[in-house]
Design a protein around this ligand. Sequence first.
Ligand code: C2G
Length: 151
Amino acid sequence: MKTIVTYGTFDLYHVGHVRLLKRLKALGDRLVVGLSTDEFNQVKKKKVIIPFAERKEILLSCQYVDDVFPENCWEQKREDLLREKADIFAIGDDWAGKFDDLGDIAEVLYLPRTKDISTTELKTVLSELSREKVQEIRNVSSHLLELASKL
Ligand code: C2G
């Protein structure tokens, strides 16, 4: 039984997350995810949209994920890998080199990220949409006020 452990926030679940999880599962038999808690995301300076419980439910619904545990701090990885009897620690290559110190207890791999998709980009698109929508509503309401003033 080959176990892979990875970590992340997985907010606004998207195809970049799915493709990473798929590639991770293909490396072995069991994939376990350390999911950043809402509190730890504050430490990571990430404003999460979807709360931990729902992000966990979404990950557990993914066919590639076998289990999820909370990631509460940076320092818990060694203990997690030993508990899970991890053969591989793997994560996207935006972290390349950052976790090499775990190389004495598991194989450490950094996988290429999926291009052109990220939670940050999704947030930008969504905020653009809401800005446009607000402007549209303002235009309509000022037009209605103008019409009303002529009655
Ligand atoms: N990812 C990817 N392609 C993308 C976006 C994300 O492969 N387009 C990968 C990231 O490289 C990461 C995983 O999906 O391996 C989860 O991404 P995030 O939720 O952004 O994870 P992050 O905040 O980097 O958390 O202690 C480690 C941290 O908790 C990692």
